[in-house]
Each structure stands twice: as C-alpha cells, then as structure tokens.
Design a protein. Structure first.
Length: 372
C-alpha cells in the first residue's frame, strides 16, 4: 500500500494535544522555533509508532491501515525522530505508546487548571551537615499539579546561592540568617505588601533554626502551602488522605524561672541533653508522638493538627510564665512542622524564641540565635 499523507486535521490534533512539544520522554522541547537561531517556524516531525510500512522501523502487517491513525502518531523533534528510527530495538511500540499517552495526559492535566489557580514558587536552601540540597524551578513545578500552576517561569529563591559554609562553622547562622532576611525583604516582601501574590508554594530544605525563622517571616497571614519532602513514597506533596496523628504534650513537674520546649517528633530528645545545657533549674515541656521517626509526616491533616497543637501549647506556656521570658526550643521535627512553628509564633504576643540546633561535630545541641 502506498504511503498516504497525514490529513491536516490529524496534524492539528497532534499539535494541540502535545502542546507543540516533542513527545519523546525527557525531551519536551518546543518544536515551533529553532533554539539555536531563535527563529520561529515548524520544526516538528510526525513519527509513526508502528511504522508507515511493513519494512520500516517497527513495521507490521497493520502498517498500511495505521498510517493516518492519530493513536499511531507522535509529534517529535528531528533528533528524537531519528533516534527512535535508528534504534528500533531500543524503542518498542509499547514504550512509545506509553510516552505518547503520558505526554498528552500531562498536557491535558496542566491546561485543565483554572486561570486563577496560579501559585508563586518560593524556595529556600541551606547546607545541612555535609549535604547540599539541590532542586530547581522545573523540578519543583511538577509538585504544584493538579491544583495549581506556576505564576511565573522562575522561583523566588530566598537562600544563599552556592554557599561554602556548613552548619558546624561558628559564623554559619549569622551569615545564613542575614541572607535569609535580606532576600526576603528584597525579593518577596514587596510582592506581598503590594498584594501581587495570592498563593505561595513553599519548598525548603535547611537546618531547623533557619526553617523556624523562615516561618516567622511568612507568618500565618499569607496563603502558604508548605511542601514536605516525603521519603516513602518519594514526593514533595503531603497527601489529602485522612491520616490522623496524636500529638502528646508532657508538662514539667516543677516550674522554674527557665523554660524549654522539647520537640521530639522525628527523633527522641532526652531531657538530660537539655538540662546539660540550661541546668537542672529548667521547666521542660515536651511535644512528641508515639514512636517518633523522620518520615512520619504524610498528610495535610497531620500538619494542620500540629499547627493547632503548637499554637495552644505556646499559649499554655505563656500563661505559666510571661511573654518576656525566653522559650528555649530544642527541635527534632520534619521540615514542614518547623516552618509551621515559626508561622504560628506571634511576634507581638508570644515569648522570645531561643533556637538550639544539634551538630555531632559541635558535641550536641548549641544555641544558634534568638527570635524576638
């Protein structure tokens, strides 16, 4: 059977459902312009999944009947078209059909999001031990779907780029704190004050004290969705499933002039490690769960319950002391809860927070900075 031309309406459907981007998995390059010369044009090629002829790449006895079938066609850039045809054994019919479906389903999902559901991606990174967190806008944007889409093509980065400093360094917190406050004041605060941001998708990875500070800057006035890195299953999204958690508050036996809050959620912190620093004349409140571990936080309900619990606990502690007494914070908690702690703290009404961090190189907990 002679090769038949592909009807224009089929080509148009292919362009629309692929959004004019190469459907080869991982490519996604736009095919309406030349990325070298930056000139506009049609640089797409229509590829057959089952070859257009029996003796062509992935050809079969059905080739002739499928020459004009939309389900058998992919929109590809020139190099990816050549790649699949030159390596027929590597790119099977089943694989190409899967890629086509995944690409077109993704485009359909993205374009179904309502116009007013845009969100500004705000990112914050700081070195944690020897670990340097790495994530970029394209990676983070995937986690906004299906409820939101990026409001702009770049994220608002509040961190210190390519910082050589580590949290064991004496000046680490001084430098990182200044960078966070400066970047917030210059890059995010003006947009918030001018009501140019309706929703924030927040992605952060940093030592606990800096995450708490970040939360105080954003506070609970703004519409912020905090994304939590979950290890299993691997994602940055908390689920909407009704996963409950019981947060337990253990109150001190005696009331002294000094007070501390032991937050044992992702790990257990022995009170002796706190009294070793603050002395035995310290009242220690403990917020914990059954069997603390570092990946317990899975759902938005669990985060909301933490927010209510910590807000009530801060009020309860303040009633026993006064708002001028510093509250010493010893945190072992997930990222999202650390940020939420900062957002729940009320600067005009609550006690000053003295934040401690743990570093084995520095022999355990040490004071980082105070939030007033």
């Amino acid at each position: 059977m002679a090769r038949r031309p592909i009807p224009e309406k089929i080509k148009l459907e292919l362009w629309i459902k692929s959004a004019g981007r190469c459907e080869f998995s991982g490519c996604n390059e736009p095919v309406w312009y030349n990325d070298l010369t930056l000139s506009d044009g049609n640089f797409a090629e229509v590829a057959h999944i089952i070859g257009a002829s029996e003796d062509g790449p992935r050809g079969s006895e059905d080739s002739g009947n499928l020459q004009q079938e939309f389900s058998n066609l992919m929109l590809l850039c020139r190099k990816c078209h050549k790649e699949i045809d030159d390596n027929e054994d590597k790119y099977s019919v089943k694989l190409l059909r899967t890629w086509k479906k995944e690409h077109e389903d993704r485009i359909s999902l993205i374009t179904s999001i309502k116009q007013n559901h845009h969100s500004h991606i705000v990112s914050y990174k700081a070195n944690v031990g020897q670990h340097t967190p790495s994530f970029d806008f394209k990676y983070l944007a995937n986690y906004l779907l299906p409820n939101h889409y990026p409001a702009q093509s770049v994220d608002i980065n509040l961190g210190l780029e390519d910082s050589p400093f580590r949290d064991k360094d004496n000046f680490f917190y001084e430098v990182e704190l200044k960078a966070l406050e400066t970047n917030f004041a210059q890059r995010l605060a003006p947009l918030l004050s001018q009501s140019q941001i309706n929703h924030i998708s927040l992605f952060a990875f940093a030592p606990m004290p800096l995450l708490i500070k970040l939360g105080t800057l954003l506070n609970d006035i703004h519409n912020v969705e905090i994304h939590q890195p979950v290890r299993n299953p691997k994602t940055w999204n908390l689920s909407n499933n009704n996963l409950s958690i019981i947060y337990k508050v253990i109150e001190p036996d005696k009331i002294f002039d000094k007070v501390a809050l032991n937050i044992s959620l992702s790990a257990d912190i022995e009170n002796s490690r706190i009294t070793n620093i603050l002395g035995d004349d310290c009242s220690i409140y403990t917020l914990t769960i059954d069997k603390p571990f570092n990946d317990f936080l899975k759902s938005k309900d669990q985060l909301n319950e933490f927010s209510k619990t910590i807000r009530l606990l801060l009020n309860r502690i303040k009633l026993k002391f006064n708002s001028k007494v510093p509250l010493n914070i010893f945190p072992a908690m997930p990222i999202a809860t650390a940020i939420e702690l900062g957002r729940c703290w009320m600067p005009k009404a609550d006690m000053p927070l003295v934040i401690f961090d743990e570093n084995k190189i520095n022999d355990g907990f040490f004071k980082t900075f105070e939030i007033k």
